[in-house]
Design a protein around this ligand. Structure first.
Ligand code: GYE
Length: 325
């Protein structure tokens, strides 16, 4: 009898715990802690797809309800998405601006609506104050510096006294394009061996990377010693074009890329890319934590940069683990 009573009591307790748990979960589903509107640039690269996946997974993990909009490479679409977020009265808006300028009007509207805005991945150019709360993204200038420092070490080790570089840049007027270019140019500026033959816009796309490389090979042929490409996709587009000539990428032309996605790392391991500067797309958990703080009116850091590394033929590349994007 005593045991039966104890069992009953235990069962009641379990049911009570389960019920409160369920009610809480149901409450959270109906009334999530935070409604976040996020406007993504597009799906142009493995980096971007990895970034989208990470943001979606992090939202689920933090119990954040995510309104996700893909702008398919158009600033107009991004502006329209931000206006929809404002009309919907989301708690926080986040977006990765495709280019740096042209955001003042829509961001003034968000400010007037009292909705904080987080910049993810890329920044904006504005003269107005306090349009955005913070930036969570890579230090692109430093990525350019790391790419150039690798090149200087490589030129030293090969004993090169004249180095002709072609640069395939990302989307014109986007933060990674501007900063990766500036960091690289500033770092090679004092090295008299280094000459940039031409910088050409590859828009972060594989097809454009191939087109640019065809043009560069037609124009400069085997004068090219180095290809500095602002992302893996353009690099992966350029390599087959080099292979159509009698030059071997990674041996006759030094190939430097940025992002560090799986495909590029596999090609680095094959020896056709010499150096890949990492740019991590995993910004989701920082975004969720920041958005939750903003909703509560708590202070946030103005800039959050993830730490990044360089993968290159100076190291034992077989030790590089799976990249996840
Ligand atoms: O390098 C490129 C992408 O903004 C860091 O955009 C990002 C860049 C990334 O499409 O692959």
């Amino acid at each position: 009898m005593y045991i039966v009573k104890r069992l009953r009591l235990f069962a009641l307790l379990v049911a009570a715990v389960l019920l409160t748990g369920c009610t809480k979960a149901a409450e959270e589903a109906n009334d999530p802690e935070l409604l976040l509107g996020f406007s993504q640039v597009g799906s142009e690269s493995a980096w971007r797809i990895g970034n989208t996946k990470d943001i979606e997974n992090s939202a689920a993990q933090y119990g954040v309800s995510l309104m996700f909009e893909n702008a398919n490479q158009s600033q107009e679409n991004q502006i329209a998405a931000i206006r929809r977020f404002i009309a919907y009265k989301v708690d926080v808006i986040a977006f990765s601006p495709i280019v740096e300028d042209g955001w003042d009007n829509v961001l003034m509207e968000a400010k007037e609506a009292g909705i904080p805005v987080v910049l993810v991945d890329r920044t904006i150019e504005t003269e107005k104050e306090d349009l955005t709360a913070c930036l969570i993204g890579a230090d692109f200038y430093n990525e350019g510096v790391m790419a150039a420092e690798y090149l200087i070490r490589k030129a030293d080790s090969l004993g090169l006294d004249h180095v002709n570089i072609v640069e395939i840049t990302g989307t014109e007027n986007s933060t990674p394009m501007l900063q990766r270019q500036a960091g690289f140019a500033d770092t090679i500026a004092d090295d008299e061996r280094m000459h940039i033959l031409e910088s050409i816009d590859g828009d972060f796309l594989k097809s454009r990377g191939a087109e640019c490389m065809r043009y560069l090979l037609e124009t400069y042929g085997d004068d090219i010693d180095v290809v500095y490409s602002h992302n893996d996709e353009m690099t992966l587009g350029a390599l087959p074009e080099i292979e159509k000539t009698d030059m071997i990428p990674g041996r006759d032309i030094i190939i430097i890329s940025i992002d560090g996605g799986q495909e590029a790392i596999d090609v680095l391991k094959e020896g056709k890319i010499n150096c890949v500067v990492e740019c991590t797309p995993n910004l989701g958990s920082e975004l969720m934590e920041t958005a939750l703080k903003l909703k509560e009116g708590e202070p946030v850091d103005a800039v959050i940069h993830p730490t990044e590394q360089v993968f290159s033929d100076e190291m034992d590349v077989s030790t590089i683990g799976p990249r996840g994007y």
